[in-house]
Design a protein around this ligand. Structure first.
Ligand code: A3P
Length: 329
C-alpha cells in the first residue's frame, strides 16, 4: 500500500506506556494510529491501510461501535430489518457470518495469536477484508474501528449505524471479555479502568471513538444510537432503525422482533451468543459468557465511591454534549 493512500502516522507505543498497560494485560506489541492516538496491535501497520482503502459498494451497510457497546445486538437487528425479518435464516447462519466483524483479528486484543496459530478456528478468523471482496451484495459489515480509520468516502453513499454505550458499562463488559485470555491473573477492575480512561487499552481512546460517531449524527447516512436508549425502549428504537433503512414493519412485527431480541432469548440463541466459537478461543466460559448481563448502569457494582466521583468527572469532561442515554441518578 502506498503511503499516500493512508494519511496517518503509525508509531510504536513507547515502552513506558506499554509497560503500564502490561501491568494489567499480557505483552503484545502495540502502535498508536493518527492524531487521536488510537491504540491497536502492531499488525495494524499491515492491515490498517487495507481497511482504510477497502473498496466499498453502494449497497454496503456498516455497523460501527466501540467493543462491548451492544454491537452484536445491532448486527442481528440490522440484518433482520434488511432481510424481511427472516428468523429462520437468522437462526441457521451465525451472526458473525451474516454481518462479519471485518477487523476481528485486529481488535481481538491478541493479534499475535492469530499470526502464529494454525488452528482451523483461528484461520477462519483471518481478516475478513479479504473474504469480503468476494462476498455477494448487499454486504453487512461490522467494524470496531473509529470512523476516521474507515474508508473516507463511506458516508457519501452508504448507510452506517453507530452504536455508543456508557464507557463505564463498556469497560466493565470489556474487562470480563479480556479477563480469561488477555488480562494478567488478579488484575482488578480498578487497574483496568485506570488504564482505560487514560487511553491505555486497545481501540481506545473511547471518548474520541464515540465523539467521531456523534459528530456525524446529522449526516442522513448515519444513525447514531446509544445502547441505553435501545435497551430502554426497543420498539421505538427499532422503528427508527427501520425508517433509517427505508423499511416498513407493522407494530406486530416490531413486537415479535423485540421478543426475538430480548436478553434471555438472545443469550440462548446459538446463532448470536458466540458460545461455540468464543468458548473454543478461550474468551468466554459458562461463568463468563459473551452475552453477559445486558444492563445499563451495571457499572455501579464495580466502582467504589472514589472511582465513581472520578468517573463522573471524566464523563462530564468528555461526554457532556453527547447523548449516551444515561439515566441521571
Ligand atoms: P454486558 O457484558 O454488560 O452484559 P458487543 O456485542 O458489542 O460485544 O456488546 C456486548 C454487550 O451487549 C454485553 O454487555 C451483552 O450482554 C450486551 N447484549 C447483547 N445482547 C443483548 C440483548 N439482547 N439485550 C441487552 N444487552 C445485550
Amino acid at each position: 500500500m502506498e503511503a499516500s493512500n493512508f494519511p496517518y502516522d503509525v508509531t510504536d507505543v513507547e515502552s513506558q506506556v506499554s509497560n503500564e498497560i502490561f501491568k494489567a494485560t499480557k505483552p503484545l506489541p502495540l502502535v498508536y494510529v493518527g492524531p487521536k492516538r488510537y491504540i491497536f496491535p502492531e499488525m495494524y501497520k499491515e492491515w490498517g491501510p487495507q481497511f482504510y482503502n477497502m473498496e466499498i459498494r453502494p449497497d454496503d451497510i456498516f455497523l460501527v461501535g466501540f467493543p462491548r457497546s451492544g454491537t452484536t445486538l445491532c448486527q442481528e437487528i440490522i440484518w433482520l430489518l434488511n432481510n424481511n425479518l427472516d428468523y429462520k435464516k437468522a437462526k441457521s447462519i451465525p451472526v458473525g457470518e451474516r454481518v462479519p466483524l471485518m477487523d476481528f483479528s485486529l481488535v481481538a486484543f491478541g493479534g499475535e495469536t492469530f499470526k502464529n496459530n494454525n488452528s482451523p478456528v483461528l484461520q477462519k478468523l483471518e481478516p475478513y477484508v479479504h473474504k469480503l471482496r468476494t462476498a455477494p451484495s448487499p454486504r453487512f459489515i461490522k467494524s470496531h474501528l473509529p470512523l476516521s480509520l474507515l474508508p473516507p468516502k463511506l458516508l457519501d453513499n452508504n448507510k452506517v449505524v453507530y452504536i455508543a454505550r456508557d464507557p463505564r458499562d463498556a469497560a466493565v463488559s470489556l474487562y470480563h471479555l479480556m479477563e480469561l485470555k488477555y488480562l494478567k491473573q488478579g488484575t482488578s477492575f480498578k487497574e483496568f479502568w485506570n488504564n482505560f480512561i487514560a487511553g491505555r487499552c486497545v481501540v481506545c481512546p473511547v471518548q474520541s471513538h464515540i465523539r467521531e460517531g456523534w459528530e456525524k449524527r446529522n449526516n442522513p447516512n448515519l444513525l447514531f444510537l446509544s445502547y441505553n436508549e435501545l435497551t430502554r425502549d426497543f420498539p421505538s428504537t427499532l422503528k427508527r432503525m427501520a425508517t433509517f433503512f427505508n423499511k416498513e414493519y407493522t407494530n406486530d412485527q416490531i413486537d415479535e422482533l423485540c421478543g426475538h431480541l430480548s436478553f434471555d432469548n438472545f443469550k440462548n440463541n446459538e446463532s448470536v451468543n458466540r458460545s461455540s466459537t468464543y468458548h473454543k478461543l478461550g474468551y468466554v466460559n459458562n461463568e463468563n459468557p459473551f452475552i453477559r448481563k445486558g444492563k445499563a448502569g451495571g457499572w455501579r457494582e464495580y466502582f467504589d465511591d472514589e472511582m465513581t466521583k472520578e468517573a463522573d468527572r471524566w464523563i462530564s469532561e468528555h461526554f457532556t454534549d453527547i447523548d449516551l442515554g444515561i439515566d441521571p441518578k
